[in-house]
Design a protein around this ligand. Sequence first.
Ligand code: PMP
Ligand code: GLN
Length: 384
Amino acid sequence: GVRRMRSFGTTIFAEMSALAVRHGAVNLGQGFPDTDGPPEMLEAAAEALRTGHNQYPPGPGVPVLRAAVAEHQRRFWGLAYDPDGEVLITAGATEAIAAAILGLCEPGDEVVCFEPYYDSYAASIALAGAVRRPVTLRPGAGGRYAFDPAELRAAFGPRTRLVLLNSPHNPTGKVFTRDELGQIAELCQEYGAYAVTDEVYEHLVFSDAGDAHVPLATLPGMRERTVRISSAGKTFSCTGWKIGWASGPAGLVTAVTRVKQFLTYVNGAPFQPAVAVALGLPDSYYEAFRAGLEARRDQLVAGLTDAGFGVLPSEGTYFVTTDITPLGGTDGMDFCRTLPEARGVAAVPTEVFYDDPEAGKRLVRFAFCKRPDVIDEAVRRLRA
Ligand code: PMP
Ligand code: GLN
C-alpha cells in the first residue's frame, strides 16, 4: 500500500473486539451500546424500508433529515443553518471528518488536534497529505485533562489550515470549557484557520461537568469558519446505521460535499427519515438518555475503583480512563491484550491515541454504554 498509510494497521477497536469474541469476554472496549435506540425511530426505519425508500437519496441527504438536523441545532444550541446548502448528510461522522479534511487541506497544510485523538483523525489527515500538530491533553488538578495554553499557541503557524476539535472528548471523557474553547477560537481567528468540530457526544455531558456542552461554532466569529459534525450513532444508539452530518457556512459545506460525493456518493436511504423522527423527539428523550449514561458511568467508576484501578474523571461521552499503575501495570497495550483471556473483559489501551505512545502508556479506556447487568458482570470479573 501507499507510504502515507503504512503506519496504520488494524484499528484498535477491531483488534480488541475480535479478542473479546474469541475469549467470550465482556466487551467494554469498542464503544457501542448493547440496547437499541428509540422505538419511534426503529419503527420509522422499518416503515421506510417497506414504503420504497430504498434507492439513492438526494446528494446532500433527504430534505426531511436536513430540516431536522437544522432544527435540532437551533433548538439545542441556538445555531441557525439553512437546510438547503448548509447541511450535508454523510456516512457517519467518520466520513464527514474525512471529507472535511480532504476538502479543506492542501498537501503539507497543518492540522492542529488534541491528543489523545480518535483514531480516524490521524488517518484522514494522512490521506489528505496534511500534517498533524498534536497538542497533548494531560491530567491536571483532580485528574481533569487540560492542555497547556503555550503549547496550543506553539502548535499554530503559517501553515495551519484547521483545528480538529472533539468535545466531549473520546477517549478522555473531557468536556472542553467555554474558557478553553475561547482560547482555541482566538487562535483560529488570529491565524485564519478553519475549525472542524466532532461533536458526536453532544448530548452526553454529565451533571458534574460544570458547563454544559458548548459548540465552538457558538463563540463569536466562529460560525463562519467552522464545520460542525455530529451523527445519530451515539445519541440514538444506532452506531451501525452510519448516519452523520456536517453543518457550516455554504462555502465550507460545498467543499465537504465535493469530496463526499466521490467517497460514497450517498448513504443510508431508509435510515435518513428515521433519524429525522429521532431528532424531533421531546427533551425528555435526551434527558433520559443522558441520565441513563451518567448512572452507568457512576456504576462502572465505582466498580473499577473497587477493583483497584486509578480512575480519572469522566465528564462526558461513553468512556472512562483508568491508570493501571496501582494494579502493577506498566503497559496498557500488554494489559489489554491479555485482559480478555485472563479476566474475561475487553478494554482499549489509550496509548494508541497518542503520537507519543509513552504519554498514554499506563492508561486504559473502558466503555460504559452497556446494560447495568453487563457492567456488573464485568466488574465482578475484574475484582475476582
Ligand atoms: N468521532 C468520535 C470522537 C467517535 O468516538 C466516533 C465513534 N463512534 C466517531 C467520530 C465516529 O462516528 P460515526 O460512527 O458516526 O462515524
Ligand atoms: N467510536 C467508538 C470507540 O471509540 C468505536 C468506533 C469504531 O469502532 N471505529 O470505541
